[in-house]
Design a protein around this ligand. Sequence first.
Ligand SMILES: [Zn+2]
Length: 356
Amino acid sequence: MATPPSEVLAFDGGRVRAANVIEAERVEGLLNDLRPRLIEMLPDSTFEDLEVWVQERPSLYRYASEATADAEGLWSPTHRRIMLSRHADHVERTLAHELTHAVLGESWAMLPGSLEEGLADHVSASLVKDGATRLRAGRLSSACLATGGLEIDVDVSRVLPSDTFADEIPSSRRGWSARVKLKGDTESTDPLDVFRLSAGLSSTKLDTGAKRGYYGLAFLVVSRIAALENGYEGLQQLCLDASAKGLDHVPVKDILAAANLGETPAEWRRAAAQAMGPEEIVELVRMYPDFLVDALTTYLESLRPSGPVEGWLDQIDVRVSLVEGGASIPLHRLPFVREAVLTELTRGAGSLVAQR
Ligand SMILES: [Zn+2]
């Protein structure tokens, strides 16, 4: 078994173990903030007798197993222990996710397959606003990738000086559009597998891409039910109804009805794309910037507008839109893309810059 971290701090409802006082106090602070909000937000939740261990790699064992080696956080119901990586991308968000697993009362065990993961992600996005858009964009785009891909339109048009007549520029040089398709590892998953497979259990053998897909699909389902059916109360009601009927799990048809989702990959993909707004597109491009940076660089290099390279981007209008979702943003929402394109263009014109 893994050696317990040496520093121990008690908090209301359990204990934190970490490498030193500073680390333990930091996590204790996060717990004190998250605890009351979590309990109020989730029906049938209790917060007691918990341990939170901060580790180099979250694991129950001294040598992390392959399935858990890349996890940022783990929850062991047997040990009532949350294991948190001190290198987690976002410690508070990971803690909120694992805490959700830890506080769920018995009724929630009626959620089938991977849905509890969707709930934990959704709760963590509600509790921790910082980074929530990135989480949403990540989960929803994974849902699209798992069900056939995510199509993005890039439309470029030239900004013409006010004294130019449009017909002075050949139409071939006025604008340009491209449709990019981001694709996952597989052509398409049966989205209903999200109800059959428990992607969150370390005993479920799935590669990272497939696992992300199920987390994404579960997040989509929970988001839709929470939006349509009175928040988490509606989702819980499904559990209570199934329990009253003596069932093992909430029937899939009841979940689909509550989420207003069909059974085909195309319906799930559209629903995921439609759940993405302008903020999520910004995060999406941040995750996959290359397609846009490359396309704009190549276009500007062939167009070679007048004036210094630094001004080239100001001579075009760019819009990035989701084909199925419909949301769309202009380039000025993506300063990191502007910067990367400029770097590429200056590199291409390296000799010119050196001569200045
Ligand atoms: Zn989880």
